[in-house]
Each structure stands twice: as structure tokens, then as C-alpha cells.
Design a protein around this ligand. Structure first.
Ligand code: PGA
Length: 249
């Protein structure tokens, strides 16, 4: 696990955007795994500027999002589908048929999960998987206690995640869906060739310390990344402040 400490959020965004740019320059039909949340917003802005400057062509790129709320239609303003189009896709030249986000309002959600898993397999896996991390150590919506063998499935959001995400629902936790579809930990571990986890802010400092330096445990789902052979953690100084070992750049 390589840990890079960025001075601030902007640097974190630039460093992660360069990884994606180089991946697409090396392989035009790269497959990317993408997260939602506050953390990747600056990364997406940077990717849009690379596109506008002619440095990245997204026309052959395929994407798979990590998760989506259950019960929300793709056009719902709080859906992750809507978020991704607003923050990234509508600004770049992605082909819409190459964009994959679980359909949270599919009445056959279990079948949706199986098909999603199969689509990633058929795409040949994910070249670069970008992850955020929850203050509780979750990756995607794989909350503490998730089984490391889980694949894409319907999950129940933890109370802390509902509270954390209420800010996207006008601050009202009652409006946050209780269920979601998420790639599982096994999906992420097995299909991702390179995992890049981004963390910004002191509320992530405990999770980053436990993930990188603590035991591998289902209580901290991100700790499983210690067992993946190509992981880059990019944390800003606030998120990295509780790391104990000094060997990080
Ligand atoms: P955030 O969410 O980027 O909004 O902090 C990250 C996550 O919960 O995975």
C-alpha cells in the first residue's frame, strides 16, 4: 500500500486526476470505477479541465459507479446517477452506453446486482478504481461488519452514514434512503487492478489510521485493502494526521 500525503485538498485532486489521465493515455478504452460524495468533486473538476484542454479523450472509456441509493430514479436530484452526470459526465465526451450506475429503482434489485457484477466481469475488470472512505471505514456502501466475500448486493446503510449523507438531503436524515446497491468488497478486491483511495479532512483521520495501520477486520471494511497488491492512498494532511509510521511521502 503506497500512501501519499497531499498538502491540501487541491493537491489530492491533482494527484488523483493525473493517475486517471495517465491510465487513459496508456489505454484509450480504460475501465474506471468511480465514487460519489464530496471528496471526488475536485478530482472530477480536474478531469473536466484536462478534457477541455484536449489532454483526455473519454470516448472509449467505460465507467462503473460503486453504488446507488435504492428506490431513487436515475433522474432524482439526490441519486448518484444525477450526481455523476452533473459533476462529470455531462461535461466530457463519454458515450452514454459506456456509463454504468446501478439502477436503484429497478423493482428486481437482486437481479440488477447480478447483472451489474457480470457487466464488470465482461468489461475485463476495472483498471483504476477510485474510492472514498467513510468516517466509519466504509468503502462504497460496505458498512462495518460487511463480509469480505460480498459481491454487488443490496445493503442497509448504517446510522452514521445516514447522518453523514443527510447534508445532501437538505439536512434531514429521514429523507435518506435506508437501502442501497453497492459493489461488494470482493467485487472491489477482485476486479480492481489499481485502487486509489482518497481521503480529505480530519473527520477521516481515524479511519485512515485504522485502515492503513490497524488489523484487517470487518469492523473497518477499508482495512482489507492492505491485502490488495496495488493500492495508492492519497490523503491530505488533515486526513493523514493520525498515521503513526513516518515512512509516507
Ligand atoms: P465523502 O464520502 O467523500 O462525502 O466524505 C466518502 C464516503 O462516504 O465513502
Amino acid at each position: 500500500m503506497k500512501i501519499i500525503i497531499a498538502e491540501h485538498y487541491d493537491e489530492l485532486c491533482k494527484l488523483s486526476a493525473v493517475i486517471i489521465k495517465e491510465q487513459i493515455q496508456a489505454k484509450k478504452d480504460a475501465v474506471l470505477g468511480l465514487p460519489t460524495g464530496s471528496t471526488p468533486v475536485g478530482l472530477y473538476k480536474q478531469l473536466i479541465s484536462y478534457y477541455q484542454a484536449g489532454e483526455i479523450d473519454f470516448s472509449k472509456v467505460t465507467t462503473f459507479n460503486l453504488d446507488e441509493y435504492a428506490g431513487l430514479s436515475p433522474s432524482h436530484p439526490q441519486s448518484y446517477n444525477h450526481f455523476m452526470h452533473e459533476q462529470l459526465f455531462r461535461h466530457i465526451n463519454m458515450q452514454s452506453s459506456h456509463i454504468h450506475i446501478p439502477q436503484g429503482n429497478n423493482p428486481q434489485l437482486e437481479a440488477e446486482c447480478k447483472v451489474y457484477e457480470e457487466l464488470i466481469r465482461q468489461a475485463g475488470g476495472i483498471d483504476v478504481q477510485i474510492l472514498g472512505i467513510g468516517a466509519n471505514g466504509h468503502i462504497g456502501f460496505n458498512e462495518p461488519g460487511s463480509d469480505f466475500e460480498d459481491r454487488t448486493r443490496v445493503v442497509k446503510l448504517s446510522e452514521s452514514t445516514i447522518q453523514a449523507n443527510a447534508r445532501f438531503f437538505g439536512g434531514d436524515p429521514v429523507l435518506v434512503p435506508r437501502l442501497a446497491v453497492s459493489m461488494g468488497i470482493k467485487t472491489i478486491m477482485e476486479f480492481s487492478k489499481h485502487i486509489v483511495l482518497l481521503a480529505s479532512g480530519e473527520e477521516k483521520a481515524d479511519a485512515i489510521q485504522k485502515m492503513a495501520e490497524g488489523p484487517v477486520t470487518a469492523d473497518v471494511p477499508a482495512s482489507i485493502l492492505q491485502q490488495h497488491n496495488h493500492v495508492t492512498i492519497i490523503a491530505d494532511q488533515k486526513a493523514a494526521q493520525k498515521l503513526r509510521e513516518a515512512s509516507y511521502s
